[in-house]
Design a protein. Structure first.
Length: 149
């Protein structure tokens, strides 16, 4: 397996990574994904993709390094998804290990992510990978015309 970081404008983002990412984020269109990455890149958003030996994209991670007062410096994972066809094959573990190494390289003391309450299979995976449930995440939708859910 090979893991690569992709810059905005890299056509592999839409042609190879987005189909995998849509398994977790079905609302993303090609244009919306490009817009989000273009804006998010300036805020630290990066995407890494996992490729099988045959060159097929089998996993994707969206992540960023964040500085805050509670944890000082952390690598926050926005998205971590393995294609359905490649699940239980070690892709998620490889991506998570890659992100841990990136976090250490970036001087982070923590790796953190949020996971929807209904994603029990993902929760089992994170717990197996020695991640702890340390907080509640609260959410309040705001009235904004034309905003994604």
């Amino acid at each position: 397996m090979k893991i690569v970081d992709l810059e905005p404008g890299d056509e592999r983002l839409v042609s190879e990574v987005l189909p995998v990412l849509r398994e977790l984020r079905p609302h993303l269109t090609d244009d919306l994904f490009r817009e989000v990455y273009a804006e998010g890149y300036g805020q630290g958003l990066r995407f890494s993709a996992a490729y099988a030996d045959d060159g097929t994209c089998v996993g994707a991670a969206g992540w960023r390094v964040v500085a805050n007062t509670s944890q000082l410096r952390k690598l926050y994972v926005d998205d971590l998804v393995t294609s359905g066809a490649a699940r239980s094959g070690g892709v998620g573990r490889e991506l998570l290990s890659y992100l841990e190494r990136r976090a250490v390289q970036q001087g982070c003391a923590h790796l953190e992510l949020d996971s929807g309450t209904r994603r029990t299979d993902a929760h089992r995976f994170y717990l197996r990978e020695r991640m702890a449930i340390t907080a509640f995440h609260f959410h309040k939708p705001l009235d904004q015309p034309d905003s994604p859910a």
